[in-house]
Design a protein around this ligand. Structure first.
Ligand SMILES: [Fe+2]
Length: 136
């Protein structure tokens, strides 16, 4: 099982976004720990649903920041969010149907996406809006 830990390289330099990313990573870590502890399916499903709901909130929140700053890459960035949500929905659906018990691959998928997206698209966003920018 991969080690899900916050690392400075994930920091985008925007307090609000970094905070939400830390929570997001924590939720991925919870699934990984629950898997290690052989937690019951119902618990795992609740944790996966928690990630899914948080992703919705966090992406919407980031998209509002982009709108506020008339961010030129808004559409492309929003598409990346939508693709993650749709892949995650599929994976949770498969898990619910008990067709896919490979939580290791689920955790790895989420962590890889998180690492790539924060260090790529989210850093690019903050370099445009500035480190001290706020959405409100
Ligand atoms: Fe993003």
């Amino acid at each position: 099982m991969i080690d899900i830990q916050w690392d400075d390289k994930f920091s985008v330099g925007h307090a609000r976004i970094d905070h939400e990313h830390q929570v997001f990573l924590d939720l991925i870590r919870n699934v990984s720990l629950a898997d290690d502890q052989k937690a019951p399916r119902e618990r795992i499903l609740r944790l996966l649903t928690e990630i899914r709901k948080y992703a919705d909130f966090h992406f919407y929140s980031e998209e509002n920041i982009m709108i506020d700053h008339a961010y030129p890459d808004y559409e492309a960035h929003k598409r990346e969010h939508a693709m993650l949500v749709s892949s995650l929905d599929n994976r949770i659906h498969q898990y619910r149907l008990e067709e896919d018990d490979d939580l290791g691959s689920m955790v790895e998928f989420l962590f890889q996406w998180f690492a790539l997206h924060t260090t790529g698209s989210d850093k690019k966003l903050v370099s445009h809006i500035g480190p001290e920018a706020h959405s409100a």
